[in-house]
Design a protein around this ligand. Structure first.
Ligand SMILES: *Cc1c(COP(=O)(O)O)cnc(C)c1O
Length: 231
């Protein structure tokens, strides 16, 4: 199996290369460095990687401060409103917007630092109940509400979704496929000045090849690059 083979690749550079050789050129690789030390990020950086994903503000901020400024930082985890101001000055994309309240706070902090902050809406597609996100219906309602267009310091670039944690490939494929179909439909329907849907963030270490086949434009891969996380 491909995944097992990649686990054997000896270092971060080799693993990055191996993943990239599996990705179409149009799909961006977000190297998920959460819980891994600055040294691991430096190793990936030396291998040419410039896009990293983190899931906790208190971890992202010191990493951003100590690492090269040409790194593009994406926020991928559940974001608490009181943490937005810490990442607003530099974050390139927030993948995980899961409420209008959070979006309002991002807009407010974007205004404070004179930026329009690119965001993805996290859509709930898995069977599990623990995942954050909008249902497709909630998302559709949001994207048709006047409330959204007033937020001039956020730009909605697309959606993020996580499939169920299962061995069942057909189920994973169906969940990603449903999100892709929804994305295409909304892209045709919605016409707001701050909504430009081009990104579909789907796929992690164990399911990214399926996600890419189902139309992902951005994969978020941690374990396969950096090894197991130690919490
Ligand atoms: C941690 C995390 C990832 C990376 O998961 P791996 O299985 O290590 O590749 C991707 N997306 C989100 C939202 C995460 O929190």
């Amino acid at each position: 199996m491909l995944w097992k083979k990649m686990q054997r690749a000896s270092n971060i550079e080799e693993r990055l290369q191996e993943i990239k050789s599996n990705l179409p050129e149009t799909v961006r690789l977000v190297a998920v460095s959460k819980f891994h030390p600055v040294e691991a990020i430096q190793e990936a950086y030396a291998a040419g990687q410039r896009l990293f994903g983190e899931s906790r503000a208190q971890e992202l901020v010191p990493k951003q401060e100590s690492l090269p400024k040409d790194i593009e930082w994406h926020f991928i985890g559940h974001l608490q409103e009181n943490k937005v101001r810490h990442i607003a000055p530099f974050v390139s994309l927030i993948h995980s917007v899961d409420s209008l309240k959070l979006l309002r706070e991002i807009d407010k902090q974007g205004a404070k630092c004179g930026r329009v902050i690119p965001c993805l809406l996290e859509i709930f597609v898995a069977q599990e109940e623990t995942k954050y996100g909008f249902t497709m219906k909630e998302c559709e309602d949001l994207l048709q509400s006047a409330a959204l267009e007033e937020l001039s310091h956020v730009e909605i670039r697309g959606f993020m979704g996580m499939a169920s944690l299962t061995e069942d490939e057909q189920q994973i494929r169906a969940e990603f496929g449903a999100l892709r179909t929804f994305f295409e439909k909304i892209r045709r329907e919605v016409n707001l000045s701050n909504v430009h849907l081009s990104e579909l963030s789907m796929g992690m270490s164990h399911d990214y090849t399926i996600a890419v086949e189902e139309g992902s434009t951005m994969v978020r891969i941690g374990t396969t690059i950096f090894g197991e996380r130690v919490y």
